[in-house]
Design a protein around this ligand. Sequence first.
Ligand code: ADE
Ligand code: ZN
Length: 334
Amino acid sequence: MDLDTFVRALPKAELHLHIEGTLEPELMFALAARNRIALPWKSVEETRAAYAFSDLQSFLDLYYAGAAALCHEQDFFELAMAYFARAHADGVVHAELFFDPQTHTARGVAFETVLDGLERACRAAQARYGISSRLILCFLRHLSEDEGFAALEAAQPHLARLHGVGLDSSEKGHPPAKFVRLFARCRELGLHLVAHAGEEGPPAYIVEALELLGVERIDHGVRAAEDPALLARLAREQVPLTVCPLSNVKLRVFPNLAAHNLKALLDAGLKVTINSDDPAYFGGYIAQNYIDTAEALGLSRGELKRIARNSLEAAFVTEAERAPWLRRLATLPD
Ligand code: ADE
Ligand code: ZN
């Protein structure tokens, strides 16, 4: 079996995926025309050409500009269905989708419009592809904690439709400590908790996310490698890291994939997963992330199986949901 076939055959969960980051330029332009929204680019080609990033912020500026094309329930539905079609082709059996409601409510799009469209797509993906999914509301960390509370208030009537909350956007200068009260409230509400930490920010932000916010997984977390004590703790406690290798290269966290520390983290015993982050912007969906990383770092089939197993074990699902995926994974060769 060649690598591509093997990777797509691995039953896997995608745990770090911003649904707004799956907006391909073709759909962006179609939606912008339909909604009479002016984009900062003239064409699909010009848009793709603009995807040369120097850091996280240079990407976020484009990402928020592109998200302005999303206005109606149907837009969010089409966005998520396009993602699920690709995820299915990549062997994803379960996806936990991040969404950024504050990006949309700031433009006058109702929270319900976003949620209704995404949820309808989640149901359709289960029916069409057998993919299960969850929705995780991400708070924008460049905004204030009070603005986060306002987003939570808008979500409150729909909590049963959400599975958890996360923390994303500009990391540097916006430590997890800024959101202690908000995450404490979300915990009281019974939501799962995750946070981006240690992507561009220092290892101390990972410690804060664990200790002050009480998160169950760390999104990215690659800078943990700079702190041996933290590394040992993450291994001991088996805290899942949702690593996104192609994203890390595009945003210059690492100069190239061969320099990525994913294998070192795996060798240190950490519960590493591979995910696509914002695949429309970073040049590949989840299978491409597995394949390119395997080739660059020389990952064995056994290591790829371990990464897929980690993703299934780290998913916010019941044991009854997880068991058949794990059984199927075990049937694949090492
Ligand atoms: N929002 C979308 N993608 C992100 C990333 N990689 N880091 C922080 N915020 C994000
Ligand atoms: Zn992310």
